[in-house]
Ligand binder design. Structure first.
Ligand code: MRU
Length: 360
């Protein structure tokens, strides 16, 4: 998607095929910093500190992490070691494990000298497929937005609430929840995105507001607790969120606070859609079995922001020593979901989702 006049992806392989460039998302929205990752350890570190984040992007970055490992030493033991290190970075988004298994499955059957080229080609394929999947989700979601616009008599914008960042910064391009927004915007449909700030790391305020602004899509930032009120006031037409993992029962694990938005949407008759690629579906677990990442309490007791004098700084919010909990994701049951927007179109319920992806 665009930042000003430039088209960007979140990651790209350098011409030397020995390193990967990524946008450092910990610096956004205040600075656009590109970092080079040259080793598997650097890739793992970038995922851990959330320099790259968002389910599809974590998966694709990890695939490149395997490719970098194979360029250095294509032995079986190094393949295992790289996969083990990368799989320990973040526990919730299943795209990470999906990408690592796909890389391992393809590489173990090859002789070590063949692995280097194959690993790069497969990592690139995972990234390119992700772009195509995002675009297809966008087309499916644009239909939903367009229908709503027609129902409004095109009299005003379709107001869409989203949570966290499920835009192109969370994927390779287009995004998941925001792909329909970009498609609708490009088709001339009037849209406005209500952006939940998404405490504690504020991916809505810093990343979603940044990418929508950079692409010229109208949006309004709200505090996390405002969504329910705006729904009661009839100010929200649709909710669209992403997913870090969708369970076999259709439950949706996504950034903490998604569940409360889904409850409020249900109570107010606001359709609640989840946009995700098939690589985010885990047919092996139910929602309640999905591992929930617990992050540092400091993300709750402190906040980061830009100071005019000192650049990016961290400020304390709570009394020193306050105990805090920081579960990073929650699980929304399928009964609160109006439909799943996938690369194979809209699935209104989990049975239909299974029919869309019979290969499992
Ligand atoms: O902790 P993050 O920033 O990686 O969490 C991201 C989200 O929760 C997104 O909504 C999710 O990955 C789905 S989207 C692409």
């Amino acid at each position: 998607m665009r930042i000003g006049a430039e088209h960007y992806r979140t990651l790209w392989l350098n011409a030397d095929q020995r390193s990967l460039d990524v946008i450092d998302q910990t610096e956004l929205p205040h600075a656009l910093v590109i970092r080079t990752l040259a080793t598997t350890e650097e890739v793992a570190g970038a995922i851990e500190v959330m320099m790259v984040r968002g389910a599809p992007l974590i998966g694709a970055t990890a695939a490149y992490g395997i490719a970098l490992a194979m360029a250095e030493d294509p032995s079986d033991s190094n393949l295992d070691a790289a996969a083990t290190r990368l799989s320990a970075t973040r526990p919730t988004a299943v795209n990470l494990f999906w990408a690592l298994h796909r890389m391992q499955r393809a590489l173990v059957g090859e002789k070590p000298p063949e692995r280097r080229q194959l690993a790069y080609a497969l990592a690139e394929q995972i990234a390119m497929e992700s772009v195509a999947q995002s675009e297809a989700m966008g087309v499916a979601g644009q239909e939903v937005i367009s229908r709503r616009w027609q129902a409004l008599g095109r009299a005003r914008s379709v107001n869409i609430l989203t949570h966290c960042n499920a835009g192109w910064l969370a994927a390779i391009d287009w995004g998941t929840a925001l792909a329909p927004v970009y498609k609708a915007h490009e088709a001339g449909i009037a849209v406005r995105v209500f952006v939940d700030e998404t405490r504690p790391r504020n991916q809505g305020a810093s990343l979603t507001a940044f990418e929508l602004g950079a692409h010229g899509v109208p949006h309004t930032l709200i505090v996390d607790n405002a969504g329910g009120h705006l729904m009661q006031q009839g100010e929200i037409d649709l909710c669209i969120v992403g997913a870090d993992r969708v369970g076999a029962d259709g439950a949706v694990c996504n950034k903490i606070g998604t569940y409360l938005k889904a409850l409020a949407a249900y109570d107010n008759g606001v359709p609640f859609y989840v946009a995700m690629p098939s690589s985010s579906i885990d047919w092996n677990v139910k929602g309640e079995e999905i591992p929930i990442e617990e992050r540092s309490a400091r993300e709750v007791t402190h906040i980061r922001g830009l100071s005019a004098e000192h650049g990016q700084i961290e400020l304390a919010l709570a009394p020193e020593g306050t105990a805090a909990r920081n579960p990073a994701f929650d699980v929304t049951p399928a009964r609160l979901v109006s439909g799943y927007l996938t690369e194979r179109g809209l699935a209104p319920d989990v049975e239909s989702l299974r029919r869309h992806f019979p290969e499992g």
